[in-house]
Design a binder for this molecule. Structure first.
Ligand code: ADP
Ligand code: MG
Length: 344
């Protein structure tokens, strides 16, 4: 490995600005921040009172003078001001007092964001002290992070399922040839769990409980002998008192089916739009899945059954994108072409 003076003093930063989680990679140090993309503000002053994990803890528990915001919730920037503040906060936290070298920053953004939003991200990073800010599309960073041969003249297919969006891309020769992006991801799955519990049990639960149910007993494919159940705590709608009910994995799979079907339909659409030669490559090489949403139990198997293609889940789904931005940082010249995809 090259060991130069520039490397020793380098603070170059890669940021995965996800709808659910933000991860920060620093060259030579690895992943240094992994926190929910959540901001808590004081409604009277508009000032930020907490960021990341601390703010997420407050979600659904906040008193009236506190507001908890997810500024990127649906894959678009819902709140410019707080998105900027978050980027600044994370960059400054990493730099601490090492301001003498202005870092290069690569930010991975959901591929659906508009040119105005891209500029906002770039400006925020610059105001936080960055010298050279580049943007990269999420599926490209995910594919690089999963070690797919993105530069070669063969088709590589990636499905990245995040909180707000699912992005499906077929990449060849450093470019995204086919892309399908839908606003369905882990958040929609959480919401899909809330309604049926309300109907069946008169039980009202919050988004954090819904996410916990999804992670513990949610699934996309029935696995014989693996049905589970768990106690779910919420508020009884009739008596307005706290109550607990046992919920089983079959009813949760049913609740999640619409979101899962939407993802499968998007995968099909991407395959239909793919040129023949690349489709042939994908038959041989299969599909790779990344993002936290890809961890839904049985989702990889469901995609395998529905497409008849080999499917592999990345070993570390939740860090794929930030590891991809790290590789890009380490070789900015080599990856120049991929960075241009967002320059419009
Ligand atoms: N084991 C799991 N099963 C199902 N969903 C999961 C699991 N772990 C994390 N998730 C979901 O993954 C989503 C976050 O994934 P992530 O890739 O960090 O999103 P983003 O890139 O949008 O920030 C959340 O909706 C979370 O609930
Ligand atoms: Mg992501």
């Amino acid at each position: 490995m090259a060991f130069s003076v520039a490397n020793v003093f380098s603070n170059d930063i890669g940021i995965d600005l996800g709808t659910a989680n933000t991860l920060v990679y620093v060259r030579g140090r690895g992943i240094v921040i992994n926190e929910p993309t959540v901001v808590a503000t004081d409604t009277r002053t508009g000032r930020v009172v907490a960021m990341g994990g601390e703010a997420k803890e407050m979600l659904g528990r906040e008193p009236p003078d506190l507001k908890v915001i997810r500024p990127l919730r649906d894959g678009v920037i819902n709140d410019f001001e707080y998105t900027e503040e978050m980027i600044r906060y994370f960059i400054r936290r990493v730099l601490k007092n090492r301001f003498f070298v202005r870092p290069k920053v690569v930010v991975c953004v959901p591929s659906g964001i508009t040119p105005v939003e891209k500029r906002a991200v770039r400006d925020a990073a610059e105001r936080a002290g960055a010298k050279d800010v580049r943007l990269i599309a999420e599926p490209m960073a995910a594919a690089i992070g999963c070690s797919l041969p993105v530069e070669e003249p063969v088709g590589s297919m990636i499905i990245d399922i995040g909180g707000g969006t699912s992005e499906i891309a077929i990449i060849s020769l450093s470019g995204i040839v086919t892309k399908v992006s839908i606003r369905v991801g882990g958040d929609e799955m959480d919401e899909a769990i809330i309604q049926p519990l309300r109907k069946t049990y008169n039980l009202l639960i919050g988004p954090r409980m819904a996410e916990s149910i999804k992670i513990h007993i949610g699934s996309a494919f029935p696995v014989f002998d693996e049905e589970k159940e768990m106690p779910v705590k919420g508020l009884d709608l009739v008596g307005a008192t706290p109550r607990m009910v046992m919920v089983n994995s079959e009813e949760i799979r049913e609740a999640l089916s619409e979101s899962v079907n939407a993802i499968i339909a998007a995968v099909r659409l991407a395959l239909e739009k793919t040129p023949e030669e690349l489709a042939a490559d994908i038959i041989d090489r299969g599909i790779v899945m990344s993002g936290g949403g890809a961890l839904l139990r049985g989702l990889d198997q469901r995609v395998r059954v529905e497409t008849n293609l080999p499917v592999r889940l990345d070993d570390d789904c939740m860090t794929c994108v930030v590891r991809g931005t790290g590789k890009v940082l380490d070789n900015l010249n080599g990856y120049e072409k991929m960075l241009e995809t967002l320059k419009d």
